[in-house]
Ligand binder design. Structure first.
Ligand code: 4NP
Length: 150
């Protein structure tokens, strides 16, 4: 099972999701789940995880060392089984990049916990706590879903 998280810059929300889910997979010994994250934009290409996001992860005992921003490629559609967008604009951009979503792989992250809404975007609000809580809740719901179906 290959999972891709996507946001605009790949330095805040999607890396938090990537490393929170990796941590949960490690704790539950889910070696069959591979997780990555990427950006719809090239704005932050090659940059490390933004310090406040990195610090939030660190505070939860999670390292994101070595992660740098990369842009989504059209071949990611074939490489991943599920692709989660952090907000509705990312979702729209992804469907454009992938020329649609013929296999229904792309959805909003918060749909996983039956809340069809955006992850609170900390880039503009500075509120990394709320974003972290949203993402953690969705990743926990995702783990439940994975353990029920695989
Ligand atoms: P992210 O946050 O999409 O959660 O990584 C942002 C990072 C950079 C920008 C916007 C959002 N930016 O405009 O450069």
């Amino acid at each position: 099972m290959n999972i891709l998280f996507v946001c605009l810059g790949n330095i805040c929300r999607s890396p938090m999701a990537e490393f929170i889910l990796r941590d949960l997979c490690e704790k539950q010994n889910r070696k069959d789940v591979a997780v990555e994250s990427a950006a719809t934009s090239s704005y932050e290409r090659g940059n490390p995880v933004y310090a406040p996001a990195r610090e939030m992860l660190y505070a939860h005992g999670i390292s994101c060392a070595g992660k740098t921003s990369r842009q989504v490629r059209s071949d990611d559609y074939a490489r991943f089984d599920r692709i989660y967008a952090m907000d509705t604009k990312n979702l729209r951009d992804l469907k454009r990049i992938f020329n649609g979503d013929p296999e229904n792989k792309v959805s909003l992250l918060m749909d996983v916990c039956k809340e069809s809404r955006d992850v609170a975007d900390p880039w503009y609000t500075g509120d990394f706590d709320t974003a972290y809580r949203d993402i953690e809740k969705a990743c926990q719901a995702l783990m439940k879903e994975l353990s029920a179906s695989y």
